[in-house]
Each structure stands twice: as C-alpha cells, then as structure tokens.
Design a protein around this ligand. Structure first.
Ligand SMILES: NC(=O)c1ccc[n+]([C@@H]2O[C@H](COP(=O)([O-])OP(=O)(O)OC[C@H]3O[C@@H](n4cnc5c(N)ncnc54)[C@H](OP(=O)(O)O)[C@@H]3O)[C@@H](O)[C@H]2O)c1
Length: 374
C-alpha cells in the first residue's frame, strides 16, 4: 500500500466497480502525453487509440508546436493511420493544470527532469520514458513482470500528500536484457553478463541519425547507452528490502551499436551463472517464466513475456519484433560460451516493449492494484 487513503480494499472495490467483465472501464481514466510528437509519443498515441481503460485528453510538446492541432504538428511515421480523435487535440504547454490523472512523459532527458517533478508535485501519476529520474533512490525502474514490488519505493517520494508520483520505465535496451536475465537469476543466479547490442534507428527518436551515416553502415557508439545498460539492470533486478533497493550483484559489460533497422533491438548476450545448468534447463527456465502479473490479464500484457526459438537463425527484428503486439521478448541461439557459461540472442521492440507499451503496462498495473484514483 503506497498511500494512506483510500484503503487498499476500498480502492480495489472502486476499480472493480468500474471495470466490466470484458476488462472495459465504464468511465475511462483521462491520460496525457508529454513529448507527444516524437517517436515514442506517436507510438503511445497509436497504442492508446481504443484502449479499454484510458482516454487521451492532453497532448504537449515543445513551444514550436504549442497551439497547433496534433495533426498539424506531427510528422506521423507509423504505418497505421493517425487516430482521428488525437489528431484534433490541441497541443498545450508541458505544465500541470490539465484535467487528467496519468501523464506519460516521452520528453528528452534534458527537459524531462524538472517537468516531471512539477507534474508529480501537482498530484499526477507520471510514468517516464526519459532517463532523468531512473537512478533516483526513491524512483522505481519498473518492469511489472520483473519487479512489481519495487513500486513500494514510491512511498519514499515527497509527493505523498498530492498523491503524485514518478515511476520510470527502463532504458529500451535494458528491458530485453533484464527480462531475459530474470528467470536465470531466479533459477541459477547470474554472476557476469557481457552484452553487445544492435539497436534500431527509431531508438534515436525522429528524425534521428542522418541517413547518410546509417545506410550501408553501423555506428559503434550511442551516447551514454553503455553506461545505462551497465547500471540500470542492477537496480531493476535488485531486491526491495526495508524501503530501498539492494542492487543485484553481478558484473555487466556492454557495447552498444546503432544499425540500419527501423524497429527492434537485438542483443547478443553471454552469461556466467552461479549454478551449472544444462542448456535444456536454461531454456526451460525461460519457457516456464510466468510472473504473477500475468494473472492480472492486463490489456497490454503479452500472452507470454518470453519466447524461446529453437530455429537456428532466430530471433530476427523483422520476424519477431511484433510478437504479442510487440510486448514479448524473443530469445534464441542458446549455446555454450568458451569464455563465460552460455551465450544467446534476445530481441525486443524498442518503441513498444522498450517504451510506449512498457509504460502502458506500468500504468495498467497501477490502476489494477488501486494506486490511481480518479
Ligand atoms: N525512441 C525509443 O525507442 C525510446 C525508447 C525508450 C526511451 N526513450 C526515451 O523517450 C524519450 C522520447 O524519445 P523519442 O525517441 O520519442 O524522442 P523524439 O522523437 O526526439 O521526440 C521528442 C519529443 O519531445 C518534444 N520536445 C523536445 N524538446 C522539448 C522541450 N524543450 N519542451 C517540450 N517538449 C520538447 C518534441 O516535440 P517537438 O516535436 O515539438 O519538437 C517531441 O515530441 C527520450 O527521453 C528517450 O530517451 C526512447
């Protein structure tokens, strides 16, 4: 329980009163997006269209688009049509005072920090895709399938009276890695990780990397990405105890590259495990991974968070990134490593599982658990 009132059972009753048997709310929860015109903002608008629980009522971006309709302001880059209702919304400043409860922040980190605090102080539930607050000791970096209990950290945030809060979603490359490591940690313990990423263009936002640099090329550097990939998983995979996260103790070494793929981060991972399981036992740990959040049947939950592919040339971005609406992580190519114990490949959709969809899943979890009152 994060706040004193209403009591959890009362909140749960309230929520259940508002959900009908087909998981639809009779009164939808109003939500807003900061950074609505960017890569992640567009993906959120696509995913929120016809969402059974949430209704998009507020959009904001930079000063240059303020006052325009979304349709006028956006350079829509997704293959599905721009949702009509979102297209008619007027872009407003990134300031509290708007009539919604949950704010998805897809702002660049340079501006997200202060803006997100202002919204949390004003009583909004802020779900952030930016890196600004991820390593703050009182901000959980949430993946509901991995660390739902970290939500308790929010009680340490200074916004209790207003009932506002900031919850971070992990770095887009850290999500696929943390989800693949979680069953290995639970079953065998992980001592060391070496990861090389091949990250999609959309991860750099829009318009992102100039085409002259990307065509026929790979860029072996993404600013600050290796730092995030080497630090965030310790917190994400850590244990919540006595009001703090005890970071998961293992060594992580990463190299991050940008490749000419539109969506889907592929990662080549080697691990050293504390126990010495067979390859079959490792695959079974992934295939049997069924975290408690799956029982909640949240609208954005994948059917299964992890899929193992035994076909020798899978997973591939073009073939597997949209699995379970882009919310599942695909794993393949498990084999012995001559330096550590095992190596494998993971793939996750960076703007869905790694950003917009991951943030929506957090919001749905908060609502279902009675932490959002409206
Ligand atoms: N792309 C991914 O795969 C991914 C994955 C995980 C996390 N993230 C994180 O999500 C955030 C958004 O990423 P993105 O890829 O969507 O970036 P993006 O395409 O560059 O979009 C940035 C958005 O922020 C707005 N913006 C820029 N400067 C602003 C300012 N000073 N005040 C208010 N709004 C401003 C832009 O509005 P205008 O159109 O008006 O300029 C645009 O809507 C970043 O923090 C990023 O690190 C991205």
């Amino acid at each position: 329980m994060i706040f004193d009132e209403p009591p959890e059972n009362q909140a749960e009753t309230l929520i259940h009163d508002r959900i009908d048997s087909s998981l639809h709310f009779r009164t939808k929860i109003p939500v807003g997006i900061l950074g609505a015109t960017g890569s992640v903002g567009q993906r959120l608008i696509q995913l929120l269209d016809k969402h059974p629980w949430f209704e998009l009522v507020y959009l904001a971006a930079s000063d240059k688009t303020n006052g325009k309709t979304y349709k006028e302001a956006v350079n829509w880059q997704l293959p599905t049509p721009l949702p009509e209702k979102a297209g008619k919304l007027l872009l407003k400043p990134c300031e509290p005072g708007v009539d919604c409860k949950i704010i998805f922040s897809a702002l660049p980190a340079a501006v997200a920090g202060d803006v997100e605090v202002a919204f949390a102080k004003a009583g909004y539930v802020v779900i952030s895709m930016a890196k600004s607050h991820r390593m703050d000791p009182d901000v959980p970096i949430m993946i509901p399938e991995v660390n739902a209990d970290h939500l308790e950290l929010v009680s340490k945030q200074p916004y209790g009276k207003s009932k506002g809060m900031i919850i971070a979603k992990p770095n887009c490359a850290a999500i696929g890695l943390a989800l693949a490591l979680r069953p290995l940690i639970l079953e065998f313990g992980v001592k060391a990780v070496h990861v090389v990423t091949m990250q999609a263009l959309s991860g750099a936002g829009f318009p992102g990397v100039p085409s002259m640099q990307l065509l026929d090329n790979i860029i072996p550097y993404i600013e600050d990405e290796e730092n995030r990939l080497e630090n965030e998983p310790h917190k994400i995979l850590g244990e919540y105890k006595n009001g703090a996260i005890i970071p998961y103790a293992c060594t992580i070494s990463s190299s991050c590259t940008r490749v000419p793929v539109t969506e889907g981060h592929l990662e080549v991972v080697s691990v050293q495990l504390a126990e010495k399981p067979s390859a079959e036992e490792v695959i079974r740990a992934w295939e049997e991974f069924y975290p408690p959040v799956q029982e909640l049947k949240l609208p954005s939950s994948p059917v299964k968070p992890l899929y193992y592919f035994s076909q020798k040339d899978l997973p591939q971005p073009k073939l597997q990134r949209d699995l379970d609406n882009g919310m599942a992580v695909s794993i393949g190519r498990l084999r012995k490593c001559q330096i550590l114990d095992y190596k494998f490949v993971t793939l996750s959709h960076n703007t869905i599982r790694g950003a917009a969809g991951g943030a929506l899943l957090i919001a749905e979890y908060l609502v279902k658990k009675g932490h959002v009152f409206w």
